[in-house]
Design a protein. Structure first.
Length: 222
């Protein structure tokens, strides 16, 4: 467990993305790191447990407090509305951070964006691409399910090695990930095409949020 002073991350969203702000905050709060038996090494999942404290702000709260907030404060915007509209043009989503991002172009081609510049990060989905169901092919299905399987495997490992309290926390986090992939042909099973669009949009946001947590949040927080 982290013993220093936690860094603060402020997550900013709107009514459409508040659920993903909560999702990221919950992932950060879960004690999912794995202590290896026989030594003092710990396998970090996402960020070091206890190293980041989060607060969730609306766009209105961000605008009201922006003038009084330090430029060193870390912000993560989820969505492409409100204040995020002024953040997105300043981020090169293909080259954020120092970690090689071999599959970022594939994600961007599906309208899935996550990245940062300085102390401001953003996760958003291009809604216009989500409406093109043909983009959401078997290739994305494999990416989506592989990411979930990766976290499930790590969660199960943490469950086996953790305390009863830790097991309960990680089980809660793993349960959030149980969401079958919506294939394009699933449109036929719904009375409303918009319902399927909303489901695909939800999956895209959950994919981007989980991927940012697992692979890039530690780098962004510094």
């Amino acid at each position: 467990m982290f013993s220093g002073t936690p860094k603060k991350l402020i997550i900013v969203g709107d009514t459409d993305t508040d659920v993903y702000c909560e999702y990221l905050s919950m992932l950060i709060s879960v004690a999912d790191d794995i202590s290896e038996e026989g030594n003092d090494k710990t396998k970090i999942i996402g960020i070091t447990d206890g190293s980041v404290d989060t607060a969730i702000w609306t766009n209105e709260i961000y605008r009201d407090n922006r003038a009084h907030t330090s430029s060193r404060q870390k912000f993560l915007f989820i969505g492409n509305k409100g204040s995020a509209k002024n953040i997105i043009p300043n981020i090169n989503f293909e080259q954020s951070g120092t970690k090689e991002r071999t599959d970022i172009k594939e994600d961007i081609s599906l309208g899935i964006y996550y990245g940062w510049f300085g102390n401001k990060a953003c996760i958003y989905i291009d809604d216009t691409l989500v409406k093109n169901h043909s983009l959401y092919t078997e290739k994305f299905r494999k990416k989506y399910e592989a990411l979930l399987d990766s976290y499930r495997a790590k969660a199960e490992n943490a469950i086996q090695k953790g305390s009863s309290h830790k097991k309960a926390l990680v089980l809660d986090a793993a349960t959030l990930l149980i969401c079958p992939f919506i294939l394009p042909f699933a449109i036929k099973e719904h009375s409303s095409i918009s319902a399927t669009e909303n489901e695909i949009l939800d999956q895209a946001y959950r994919y981007a949020t989980l991927k940012f947590y697992l692979e890039y949040l530690e780098i962004f927080m510094g």
